[in-house]
Design a binder for this molecule. Structure first.
Ligand code: URA
Length: 443
């Protein structure tokens, strides 16, 4: 460890500040591909959080990490330091095991909505601290906020009470969890350093470990609608996050899942809530049901119930009962009509055949352009906007029949949404074979 001081040459009156490291040394070390010591990483994250290390220095270091990587010990130190930058929640004393799920995000990914009450119906506590959507992937809170009266903001006490009484809670993460990550993620967003496995893994896992769950199932997606499109990169991300969770004492597993076509038949907030309710009522599209069941089995296994039957809980209404109680506990009316967009535009098939392609990213962008997502954090989303898919790859289509319906409150948005879909789908004589939705389990 080297002792050094940092003064601003431009400000000769500044009092030299004794700090145990010099951030420029750390940037140089990582620039040359060397590992950063544990003490140095702990200091760096703390110094960045309190504003001693500047954004320009952290951006430079993030780029060095992006280009040179970090070893397992460094990623673990980085994660622990970000956890230590804020509060750490605990669900001890609830009297039931806690299991959380995190998805790396995708198009039409509404799985949290049926999954949280489904798993909670087995007496397990499911604390889902979720976010709002930015860009083409939707946010769980935006979806639930389309239910009249439903509130995302809860105090820690209220969250605990709902976990105890109902079992499932989906709410906004307070600003006290991993504030270093909040600052660093915003910086990475504007410096081209988001798509970096050590930084993504430490960012996600710092929040999940700080949240205090005892077990965690990760849904790590690959394919065009996923955050990392390449399967090998997604597999490496999954492995890294499973290792981080396990090292921190959180029982963690991951499912690697295909996100090259949209999940289910709806993309957009209220449209996705409607489809989730269909799943809770024992129906819904096969891919949404299959992924919900696969993740539920994994969560229940980690919660000590390997023989639980989540399919039965969808059939017999117990998951639906928990959903209704979960919505009421957060001020929502589970019987209220869901918002509908004011305008619809139907796209029809120009030939008969089989739907061969339906690119997830393009459909996610179309839904976003229709008003379902936001371009800036301050934007409002339209609850009813989005895309309803009448056919999925492999389905037969007849010339003139509806393929999808675009929904928006503002008809002027239809042209840009249709432009996003150009070249993103095709009808052919046959459809290519598709691989499985859940490719492997890691952990
Ligand atoms: N989500 C996060 O929370 N962090 C990342 O770095 C990427 C996705």
């Amino acid at each position: 460890m080297t002792e050094s001081t940092r003064t601003s040459p431009a400000d000769s009156d500044a009092v030299p500040t004794a700090e145990p490291f010099d951030v420029v040394d750390l940037i140089r070390t990582k620039r040359s591909g060397g590992p950063l010591d544990s003490d140095a990483i702990g200091w760096l994250i703390d110094a960045y959080t309190r504003g001693y290390v500047g954004d320009e220095q952290m951006a430079s270091l993030a780029m060095a990490i992006f280009l040179r990587g970090m070893n397992r010990r460094e990623i673990s130190d980085f994660t622990l330091a970000m956890i230590a930058s804020g509060e750490r929640m605990s669900f001890d004393g609830l009297g039931k095991p806690t299991v959380d799920k995190h998805s790396t995000g995708g198009v039409g990914d509404k799985i949290t909505l049926p999954l949280a009450p489904l798993v909670a119906s087995f007496g397990v506590a499911v604390p889902q601290l979720s976010g709002r959507g930015l860009g083409h992937t939707g946010g769980t809170l935006d979806k639930l906020e389309s239910i009249p009266g439903w509130q995302a903001a809860l105090s820690n006490e209220r969250m605990r009470a709902i976990l105890r009484d109902v079992g499932a809670v989906v709410c906004a993460a307070g600003s006290g969890l991993a504030p270093a990550d909040k600052k660093l993620y915003a910086l990475r967003d504007v410096t081209g350093t988001v798509e970096c496995i050590p930084l993504i893994a430490s960012s996600i896992m710092s929040k999940k470990i700080a949240e205090g769950t005892s077990a965690l199932v990760l849904d790590v997606k690959f394919g065009s609608g996923a955050f990392l499109q390449d399967i090998e990169q997604s597999r490496a991300l999954a492995r890294t996050m499973v290792d981080l969770g396990t090292d921190a004492g959180v029982a963690t597993t991951a499912l690697l899942t295909d996100m090259s076509v949209p999940l289910g038949r709806t993309i957009g907030n209220a449209l996705e809530v409607r489809e989730s309710i269909e799943v809770l009522a024992g129906g819904g599209p096969a891919d949404v049901v299959d992924l919900t069941i696969a993740l539920a089995r994994e969560m229940l296994r980690l919660a000590g119930q390997p023989d639980a039957d989540p399919e039965r809980a969808l059939r017999d209404g117990s998951a639906m009962d928990t959903w209704r109680r979960m919505i009421v506990a957060q001020g929502g009316d589970p019987d209220a009509a869901l918002p509908m967009a004011r305008e619809q535009h139907v796209v029809v098939a120009d030939r008969s055949g089989v739907l061969a392609e339906q690119d997830a990213l393009a459909f996610g962008i179309a839904a976003w352009r229709l008003g379902a997502g936001r371009a800036r954090a301050a934007d409002r989303v339209q609850a009813g906007a989005g895309v309803e898919l009448h056919v999925k790859p492999g389905d037969r289509v007849v010339a003139g029949s509806p393929l999808w319906t675009l929904h928006s409150d503002e008809p002027k948005r239809f042209d840009r949404a249709l432009a996003a879909l150009e070249g993103a789908w095709s009808v052919a004589d046959t459809a290519p074979e598709r691989g499985p939705l859940v490719v492997e389990r890691i952990g």
